[in-house]
Design a protein around this ligand. Sequence first.
Ligand SMILES: [Zn+2]
Length: 188
Amino acid sequence: MKCIFCKANSDGSISIEHILPESLGNKEHLLPRGVVCDSCNNYLSREVEKPILASGIFRLIRNDRQISSKKGRIPVFGKTDNPSLPDYRVMGRFIGKIGIEVLAQRTQNVQGWNEEIVNKTGLDELRNFVRFNMGKEDWPYAYRTLYPVNAVFRKTTRHLKCSMNMTYFTQRGMSFISFWFYLVLNSL
Ligand SMILES: [Zn+2]
């Protein structure tokens, strides 16, 4: 198998990739060994996911909802802390990473999926932006708040913890795929 980010042979890799970070409560959206090589897994966790999780707004939500990190720690959010948004560029890379990984997750049962994704040059610009921070321009994204940070959910209501999907559409002869994901951080 080849890694979907760096395209290197990943047969010896042992990392199981979490499409959304484990520290956001994700235990179900996973990619098997080798889809993302150990080196890319480590890099993305350190340089992309970690700064997002450490940003003020994510710490506030994780603290409020008591969502512990992989190591079992609840992030601290003090009275003087600022619920700042994550760095715009890094957040774009974070969403791009999720997008490429969702594509792999949704196609992984189709024969030839790995070559198809690795060889698809149309994915290179996004892949290189996510993995190598390449490209002068940021990848724009939109966000909105579905619930206030301190929203209280009734126990009888079912809420997805996190979800993501792809939408494919064609406009004026051009094809687009848009990726979206949302989080409802709910510890109930
Ligand atoms: Zn790799």
